[in-house]
Design a protein around this ligand. Structure first.
Ligand SMILES: [Zn+2]
Length: 136
């Protein structure tokens, strides 16, 4: 890369993985790297989708509510995140504590799949956490 500024511009203008149409630098990146907290359950949900895309399993564990954390292993999350190719996130509906979404992905057989979930979140001590989901 001969021009660092040019490279930086490309990086900051890249569209966010969560399909918000914002740039990654102003959407999920600051939440994933800890410089900003997710202000709403939907922002947390979007950042968790981006974490799957980027295989940031530590973030997925950290944003799962402590009462549910024992149900997840880093190994399984990493395996699930990296065996699929994440294509698109579609928000279907949301309320203060719930988000219904569809995540489109290719599985390890290269077949198109849809993960349709109604996720429940809780706001505790200044942070949003994922509790669990109902799957369709
Ligand atoms: Zn985003």
């Amino acid at each position: 890369m001969h021009n660092v500024d040019q490279f930086f511009n490309v990086m900051t203008n890249i569209k966010c993985h969560c399909c918000s149409s914002k740039s990654f630098a102003t959407c999920c990146d600051p939440i994933l790297n800890g410089t900003k907290t997710a202000a709403t359950s939907i922002a947390l949900m979007r950042s968790r989708y981006s974490a799957y895309v980027m295989r940031q399993v530590d973030y997925l564990i950290a944003t799962t509510h402590c009462s549910e954390r024992e149900n997840y292993s880093k190994e399984e999350l990493l395996n699930w995140a990296s065996s699929n190719t994440w294509l698109q996130l579609e928000i279907i509906d949301f309320k203060e504590n719930t988000v219904e979404f569809k995540a489109y992905f290719l599985n390890d057989q290269n077949q198109k799949q849809i993960h349709h979930e109604l996720s429940t979140f809780i706001f505790e001590n200044g942070n949003w956490y994922y509790i669990d989901g109902e799957f369709f």
